[in-house]
Design a binder for this molecule. Structure first.
Ligand code: SF4
Length: 417
């Protein structure tokens, strides 16, 4: 059959989709880039916010309305959490479980081999990626009060270290220069056979695979240990960490069920900067949590300003049904919108300050893509700066050293790089 795969949400879903697509091809199906040609339409869904679910619902409805589409398979977090609602949209829709594939049995006449993978996807280096996401871990057991992800993704489990080393070695042998270690809570990585943790995994990848660069997608503050910082100091990890803050107020952090105080968060950043001062640190902040007072928000603003983030990803709180925070009386939408506006303004200021500080520095870049029409190359640095430059002499996928020029640059949207 001709198959079209659409992915919503995070890097973990992207990796799941790639493996699913590879399996479909292995079964004799043909992937198409044009959805109007599809006979089988696969949607790997996201449920992280109410808006994400609304987008999935719209996408599923649209896919089912395409005249050539005989069946729409839906996997991922929204498939787990909103199965009945989604199947009610059309007779063509079949739920095939979570993005991790081990939570639910398939409903309907779907081959078991179409279930998405548990962990350990084999990224397809021929898909044109120059920076390849590698899912090392899935699931989360933190149950932060606002987060629906643990309910959809289930308990923590990890791919074996040997399997990951083999995958990355193959990618490196095929010319991939950078891998991005991805998961729902990658600080919880533990090799199922030996219990080796994330730091041990990164050291093994560095020593055994020949990969050029290793990057982390996102790491929780308690996992920013001295041992992890040593990897930055030794140049084994790219000098960019995304460390979610969520709030600068201890009372809000406690209400959110986060496992650190603002002081502990600041200490984690100090460890990073002592080890590798040029590290770009980006973060997520939720504004308008139901218990957040103006004084709490002022603490968040002060911490963010003081900590000189390279970028802040600002999320407005919206209660997710089934989470403890959804039972709390929400703040007024104007208050939430105003706080989001003020924090985004601070983020813009910090981005400008960070990029100005990097201006003129010679950095290591990976050539992500080259636009043949304009002969413009898009490059990404170890610090996750993005720059455009003339493509003459550059080859897609190669590492190059160039001075950073502020024109046409940005720190890309999205926590997960
Ligand atoms: Fe959600 Fe908290 Fe787990 Fe992150 S650490 S996935 S916010 S429960």
């Amino acid at each position: 059959m001709r198959v079209y795969v659409r992915t919503y949400g995070c890097k973990v879903n992207q990796v799941d989709s790639e493996e699913l697509a590879a399996r479909l091809v292995g079964e004799g199906h043909v992937l198409v880039r044009d959805e109007s040609l599809a006979q089988l339409y696969v949607i790997n869904s996201c449920a992280v916010t109410a808006e994400a679910v609304a987008k999935v619902r719209k996408g599923v409805r649209r896919a089912a309305s395409l005249p050539g589409v005989a069946q729409v398979l839906v996997s991922g977090c929204a498939a787990v959490l909103h199965a009945d609602e989604l199947t009610a949209l059309s007779d063509k829709i079949v739920i095939i479980g979570g993005g991790v594939g081990d939570g639910l049995p398939p409903r309907g006449p779907v081959s078991a081999s179409l279930r998405p993978p548990s962990t350990g996807s084999i990224p397809n280096s021929s898909s044109g990626h120059t920076r390849v996401p590698i899912k090392v871990q899935d699931g989360c057991e933190n149950f932060c009060s606002y987060c629906i992800v643990p309910y959809a993704r289930g308990a923590c489990r990890s791919t074996s270290l040997d399997t990951l080393c083999q995958q990355v070695a193959e990618l490196a042998a095929n010319g991939t220069e950078e891998v991005v270690l991805t998961g729902i809570n990658i600080g919880r990585y533990r090799d199922p056979e030996t219990g080796t943790d994330l730091v041990g995994l990164i050291r093994a990848l560095d020593e055994r695979t020949g990969i050029g660069r290793i990057r982390l997608s996102s790491i929780e503050p308690p996992d920013v240990t001295d041992a992890l910082c040593e990897l930055l100091e030794e140049g084994i990890l790219c000098e960019h960490l995304h460390i979610p803050l969520q709030s600068g107020s201890d009372s809000v952090l406690a209400a959110m069920g986060r496992h650190y105080t603002s002081a502990e968060y600041v200490e984690a950043l100090a460890r990073v900067r002592a080890a590798a001062p040029a590290t770009a640190i980006t973060t997520d902040v939720i504004v308008g949590y139901p218990t957040e007072t103006e004084a709490d928000f002022a603490s968040t603003l002060a911490l963010c300003r003081q900590q000189r983030f390279a970028k802040i990803h600002v999320f407005r709180f919206s209660g997710r049904a089934g989470t403890p925070a959804a039972a709390l009386a929400p703040l007024g939408p104007r208050i939430v919108a105003d706080r989001a506006r003020r924090l985004r303004a601070l983020s813009d200021e910090l981005v400008a300050r960070y990029t100005a500080a990097c201006d003129g520095r010679t950095l290591e870049w990976i050539v992500e893509r080259i636009d043949p029409a304009t002969q413009t190359a898009t490059l990404t640095s170890r610090e996750h700066l993005v720059m455009q430059a003339g493509a003459r002499g550059l080859v897609q996928g190669q590492l190059v050293e160039l001075p950073f020029a502020m024109m046409k640059t940005s720190i890309p949207e999205g926590a997960e790089v």
